[in-house]
Design a protein around this ligand. Structure first.
Ligand code: ADP
Ligand code: ZN
Length: 817
C-alpha cells in the first residue's frame, strides 16, 4: 500500500498539495500535525497535515515529505472545519487562513530570516552540534535564511533545530517587533503602619495641629482612601490636598507616610482574581435573565445597552458561569491595544485564567497562548483578543462575547482572509454549540436587523448604571458662528466657554476630530453642503488630476463645480483638517494646560496607547485630542466635556454607511462624558444642525436612526438588504487594469445583469505604483450566495486563462463593508 498526505501550505494555493509518506509515517500522522515539505525548486515549508489517503496525485509526481514536526496535532478538527468555512465564505485559500491563524514561529519556511538574539546569554558548550553550527555561522553573518541553514548543516531536516533555538531565545525571527518601552513606575503613598488605628490617627492629627498643611494632607489621604478604595498616587494626593510635593516629602521623612512604587502596566490590586464581581442592579439583573432566556432558543443574542449601562458587568457574570462549567470563553474586542482598562477589570475577577492575545505580541508569546488554548489549560480559560484570536485552537468553547460589535475594525481588509470577526465568531460558536453575545450601545444595522427579524435574540438596557444621566448634547451651528465672527481657528465661542468652565472645575476634556477629515470631499464653507451622487446616496469625491467629481460606487461623474449648488456661493473647499492642527490650536487657547494627542501617529508600539491612557487616567493630561480611537469603550472618570470638532466630514464621507457610522462614532464619543454623578456635556460643531443624524444623536434616538437608514438601504440596494462582493484589479499598467476590469465586468453582467456596478477607480486610484479598479456585485436576498460565488469563480478561471490578464492581481472581498 502506498500512502499519501494532503497538506495545507501557508501560501495561496487553490488546492491542497499531495506528498508521499511511508506507511509508518502514515500510521503516526494525525490531521493537524505539522510537517516539513519541499516545494517548488528548492523551497522548504512548514505545512499542515490535512488528509491521509492512498490516491496518488494525477498531474504530478508526489514528492516525499522531509519530516514530521509534531507528536500531536497543533490544530484541532473543529478549527480546520472553521478554516474551511472561512476559506469558502470569504473566497480565499486554506493556506491564507492558516497563515493568518498560526503564529509565525509555527510556520518556519525557507524565506524566514533568523538572527542572533543579542540579549541572550548563551553558553555554547551547552549547544548541540547542529545548534552550535548555526550559532557559529551567526557570529559572522547578521542573519541567515532557513535555506542557508540547510546548506550549513548539509541536511534537509532543519526546522526542529531552528525551532528549538527560537524557543530557547538564542535566535530571533526577523519579523518580530522589539519593544523599547520600559514600563513606567508610579509613585504611591500610604500611611505608615503605626498610625493606622483610629486612636493613633487621632493622636497624629493632634500633634500636627500646628502644621496645618501636613494635617490637611493626612485628612485628604483619608478621604481619598475611603472614596477610591485603591492605592493613592502622590500626584493625586498633592492635587487633592492642595499642597506641594515638599510637604509630602516632609511627612515621609518624619516616618508618617511611606512611599512605594508600582509598575503602571501591572497595576493590579488584588488582581489574583479574588475580587468579587459586582452585584448587578435590578435593571442589569433583568437584562442578564433576558440573555439567559434568549440563549435557550437563539444561538446569538444582541445586547443593546447605552454607554455606561454596565454591559461589562453583565458579561462578567456570564463568563463566571462558563468558567464554573469548565468551558472556554472568547471575549473579542475591536482593538486589543485599547483594552488595558478592560483587561485589568477582568483580571481582577478572573486572575490567572485570563489570557490576552495580542497581534503585537512577539512570536513566542503568541505560541504560548496558542499552546495554552490548545491544551484547554486553566490559564487560558478566558481569552481576550482582537479579531485574530478567534483563530486559536479552542476545543471546549462555551461562550463568545463580541464587544462593540458595530466596530469596523472587526473586518480584515488586507491581506486575505478578508473575514469579519463577528460573523466568523458566530460560525465558530455554532460549531462548538456555544452561544454568542453581541454587545453595543450602537449596534450595526445588520445585527439590529437580524435581531428584528428574529434571527438573533434582543436584550435592551436603556439606562446608565446608577441612573447617571446621559450627557447633554448641544449642536453648534458653524455657519452662523463664522458669519458672526465667533470662531477662533476651528473653535466656536461656545466650545471655548465650555472648555474654560470644565477646566476651571478641574475636569478633563476630550476633543474628537475624525481622521478622515483628510479625504478629498468637497464641502461648501458657507453652508456645509457637499455634492451628492444622484444614484447612490453618497457624497462625491474630488479627483484632482481630472478636476472632476466622481461617485466611486457607480461611476457617475461631473466636472468640478465652480460654486455651491445649494447656496450659490463660490466657497467650495476640498481641504480637511486633522488632529495635529487642533492640538496646536488648543495649546494656543489654553497655554497652561496639558494637551495630548491620540491618533495613529502617537500610538505606535505595543504600549503606545497604554502610555497615553495611563497619563490621562492619572490626570497628567487635561485635554486629549484624538481620532476614533477615543471612542472605543474607554471608561474615564473625570471627563466632563466632549467636543466634536466637525460632524460634517463624517456625514459627508463617500460610503453608504457614512450616516450609520457617524451616528455610532458620535454617540460613542459622547458616551465618554460624565460617567459619574456630574452630568456630562457634549458640543457638536456642524454646518448642518438640522441633519437628521445629528438630531438623532442628540436625542439618543437609535431606533429612529435605524428605521430611516434601513429605508435608504432598501431603496439603494445596500446591506443588510443586499449583500456585496467587491472585486479589485491591480496592475502597474493603467491600460491593462482597464481592459481586465472591463472584460471581467462584462462577463459578470451576463450573469448578474444590473446588479454589477463599475468598474470604477477608487478616489486614490494608484497605490504603491499599482492602479486599482473596482467592481461591485450586489446580491439580492433571494439569490443564492453559494451559486453567486460559483459563478464568480468560473469567470475568474476563464479570466486567468487569458494570457494578457495573468499578471493582473484580482482581489475578492466578500462583505466588503
Ligand atoms: P458599559 O460597558 O455599558 O459602557 P460599564 O460596564 O463600563 O458600562 O459600566 C460603567 C461604569 O459603571 C463602570 O465604571 C462600572 O464599574 C460601573 N458599574 C456597572 N455596573 C455596576 C454594578 N452592578 N455595581 C457597581 N458598579 C457598576
Ligand atoms: Zn453613484
Amino acid at each position: 500500500m502506498i500512502y499519501f498526505l494532503d497538506v495545507i501550505l501557508p501560501i495561496p494555493l487553490q488546492k491542497a498539495f499531495t506528498y508521499h509518506v511511508t506507511e509508518a509515517e502514515a500510521k503516526f500522522l494525525k490531521v493537524g500535525m505539522r510537517v516539513a515539505v519541499p516545494f517548488g525548486k528548492s523551497k522548504v515549508y512548514t505545512a499542515l497535515a490535512y488528509k491521509i489517503h492512498n490516491n496518488p496525485p494525477l498531474v504530478y509526481d508526489a514528492k516525499t515529505i522531509y519530516q514530521i514536526l509534531d507528536d500531536a496535532p497543533v490544530v484541532t478538527e473543529i478549527q480546520l472545519k472553521h478554516w474551511e468555512w472561512i476559506a469558502s465564505y470569504y473566497m480565499c485559500s486554506l493556506g491564507e487562513v492558516m497563515r493568518a491563524a498560526m503564529p509565525n514561529a509555527f510556520i518556519l519556511e525557507s524565506e524566514t530570516i533568523i538572527s542572533k538574539n543579542e540579549r541572550a546569554d548563551v553558553n555554547d558548550a551547552e549547544l548541540k552540534d547542529d545548534e552550535f553550527l548555526i550559532y557559529e555561522a551567526l557570529q559572522y553573518q547578521s542573519s541567515l535564511k532557513i535555506q542557508d541553514v540547510v546548506s550549513i548543516l548539509d541536511k534537509k531536516r532543519v526546522l526542529p533545530v531552528i525551532q528549538g533555538l527560537v524557543e530557547q531565545g538564542v535566535l530571533h525571527l526577523q519579523e518580530e517587533l522589539y519593544e523599547k518601552y520600559k514600563p513606567k513606575l508610579v509613585r504611591y503613598v500610604r500611611l505608615c503602619e503605626q498610625h493606622k488605628s483610629e486612636e493613633q490617627l487621632q493622636q497624629l492629627l493632634e500633634t500636627l495641629s500646628r502644621a496645618p498643611k501636613q494635617r490637611q494632607v493626612i485628612l485628604a489621604l483619608f478621604t481619598l482612601e475611603a472614596s477610591e478604595q485603591k492605592p493613592i498616587k502622590v500626584s493625586e494626593l498633592t492635587k487633592r490636598s492642595d499642597s506641594s510635593s515638599a510637604v509630602i516629602k516632609t511627612l515621609i521623612e518624619k516616618g508618617i507616610l511611606e512611599e512605594y512604587y508600582i509598575q503602571t502596566d501591572r497595576v493590579q490590586f488584588e488582581s489574583n482574581g479574588n475580587e468579587d464581581s459586582k452585584q448587578l442592579s435590578e435593571t442589569q439583573s433583568e437584562a442578564f435573565n433576558a440573555i439567559e432566556a434568549s440563549s435557550k432558543n437563539k444561538s446569538v443574542t444582541l445586547l443593546h445597552g447605552v454607554t455606561s449601562s454596565g454591559k461589562t458587568e453583565i458579561y462578567v457574570k456570564l463568563i463566571a458561569q462558563q468558567i464554573q462549567l469548565g468551558k472556554q470563553v472568547l471575549y473579542l474586542l475591536p482593538e486589543i491595544a485599547l483594552t488595558t482598562q478592560l483587561v485589568q477589570r477582568l483580571q481582577n475577577y478572573f486572575g490567572e485564567k485570563v489570557a490576552v492575545f495580542h497581534s503585537r505580541y512577539s512570536g513566542n508569546e503568541r505560541v504560548e497562548v496558542w499552546n495554552n488554548v490548545l491544551g484547554n489549560l486553566e490559564k487560558a480559560q478566558l481569552v481576550i483578543g482582537a479579531r485574530s484570536s478567534l483563530l486559536l485552537p479552542f476545543s471546549n468553547l462555551g461562550l463568545v462575547i463580541v464587544d462593540e460589535e458595530h466596530e469596523q475594525s472587526y473586518k480584515q481588509f488586507d491581506p486575505a482572509p478578508r473575514y469579519h470577526a463577528r460573523d466568523a465568531a458566530i460560525v465558530l460558536a455554532n460549531m462548538h454549540k456555544a452561544k454568542t453575545l453581541l454587545g453595543s450601545a450602537t449596534p450595526s444595522l445588520e445585527s439590529y436587523f437580524n435581531a428584528r427579524q428574529g434571527k438573533y435574540g434582543l436584550v435592551e438596557l436603556t439606562k446608565r448604571y446608577n441612573n447617571v444621566l446621559m450627557p447633554d448634547i448641544e449642536l453648534v451651528d458653524l455657519a452662523d458662528k463664522y458669519k458672526r465672527k465667533r470662531m477662533k481657528g476651528h473653535f466656536s465661542d461656545r466650545l471655548i466657554e465650555e472648555m474654560a468652565e470644565a477646566l476651571d472645575e478641574g475636569f478633563q476634556i476630550i476633543l474628537f476630530q475624525n481622521r478622515r477629515g483628510f479625504s478629498p470631499i468637497v464641502e461648501c464653507t458657507t453652508c456645509g453642503h457637499s455634492p451628492q451622487c444622484p444614484n447612490c446616496d453618497v457624497s462625491l469625491t474630488y479627483h484632482q488630476y481630472r478636476d472632476q467629481l466622481r461617485c466611486h460606487y457607480c461611476g457617475y461623474n461631473s466636472v468640478m463645480l465652480k460654486s455651491c449648488q445649494a447656496c450659490g456661493n463660490a466657497t467650495l473647499d476640498t481641504k480637511g483638517f486633522g488632529t495635529e492642527q487642533i492640538e496646536e490650536e488648543v495649546k494656543e487657547l489654553f497655554p497652561d494646560k496639558q494637551v495630548s494627542r491620540m491618533d495613529l501617529d502617537t500610538t505606535r508600539g505595543k504600549y503606545g496607547f497604554d502610555k497615553i491612557i495611563n497619563k490621562f487616567e492619572q490626570r497628567e493630561i487635561d485635554i486629549l485630542v484624538g481620532t476614533q480611537m477615543l471612542t472605543k469603550g474607554l471608561d474615564f472618570r473625570h471627563v466632563k466635556l466632549v467636543g466634536i470638532m466637525n460632524a460634517d466630514n463624517m456625514l459627508n464621507f463617500p460610503d453608504f454607511r457614512a450616516h450609520e457610522r457617524s451616528y455610532q462614532l458620535m454617540t460613542q464619543v459622547s458616551g465618554r462624558a460624565g460617567r459619574t454623578d456630574v452630568r456630562g456635556k457634549v458640543l457638536i460643531q456642524t454646518y448642518n444642525p438640522h441633519h437628521n443624524i445629528l438630531q438623532q444623536v442628540s436625542t439618543n434616538a437609535y431606533k429612529e436612526m435605524f428605521g430611516e437608514q434601513m429605508n435608504d438601504r432598501y431603496n439603494f440596494k445596500y446591506p443588510p438588504i443586499y449583500r456585496l462582493i467587491k472585486i479589485t484589479f491591480k496592475h502597474k499598467d493603467y491600460n491593462r487594469v482597464n481592459l481586465a476590469a472591463d472584460w471581467y465586468a462584462k462577463s459578470l453582467r451576463q450573469v448578474f445583469k444590473t446588479n454589477v456596478l463599475g468598474p470604477e477607480f477608487p478616489p486614490i486610484s494608484r497605490i504603491r505604483n499599482l492602479y486599482n479598479k473596482n467592481i461591485l456585485v450586489k446580491i439580492p436576498q433571494q439569490q443564492s450566495l453559494a451559486k453567486t460565488k460559483e459563478a464568480i469563480k468560473k469567470i475568474e478561471n476563464s479570466f486567468n486563462a487569458i494570457k494578457d490578464f495573468r499578471s493582473v492581481r484580482v482581489v475578492l472581498n466578500v462583505d466588503n463593508y
